[in-house]
Design a protein around this ligand. Structure first.
Ligand code: FEO
Length: 170
């Protein structure tokens, strides 16, 4: 059984993960309108991944006999200054999520909820990857600056990303 405190914190995280999907979808739409199909595709895959994150916790709460409470999603930004600005916002968001996952782990430890602590390990590892991929793209974008050909090339490279449901792989 989940404690009420743990259940409520997990529900907050479900909302956050769905909100992240919303955010990345908005970034994808922005990139499409700005003429960057590769960045748009990358963000679209990112949005799909976020839905799987939300569903991993959703399924877990139900498996433990808890109640899922889906709350309204806050509005997301719709425009940014540049591709670099978008990825910087993405990294900031991921850093916030990492702090939220750490907080969830602290609650699981306080509540002596070892099953939740174990489930959260997947998210701890995932956040390392999430922050690292945003940082790598930020570094490339900083190097490129306003160079049109550079932006064209990185947009083309990022177009190769495909969606894989990583929550099913472990
Ligand atoms: Fe659900 Fe981007 O971490």
């Amino acid at each position: 059984m989940l404690t009420k405190k743990m259940e409520s914190a997990l529900n907050t995280q479900i909302n956050e993960e769905f909100w992240a999907a919303y955010l990345y979808l908005s970034m994808s739409a922005y990139f499409t309108s700005e003429g960057f199909p590769g960045f748009a595709g990358w963000m679209h895959v990112q949005a799909q991944e976020e839905v799987t994150h939300a569903m991993k916790i959703y399924n877990y709460v139900l498996e433990r006999g808890g109640k899922v409470a889906l709350e309204p999603l806050k509005a997301v930004a719709t425009s940014w200054k540049s591709p670099l600005d978008v990825f910087q916002a993405s990294l900031e968001h991921e850093q916030k999520v990492t702090a939220m996952i750490d907080k969830l782990v602290e609650i699981a430890i306080e509540e002596k909820d070892h099953a939740t602590r174990s489930m959260l390990q997947w998210f701890i590892d995932e956040q390392v990857e999430e922050e690292s991929s945003a940082k790598t793209i930020i570094d490339s974008l900083k190097l490129i600056g306003d160079n049109g050909y550079g932006l064209y090339s990185i947009d083309k490279d990022l177009a190769s990303r495909t969606f894989v449901d990583e929550t099913k792989e472990s």
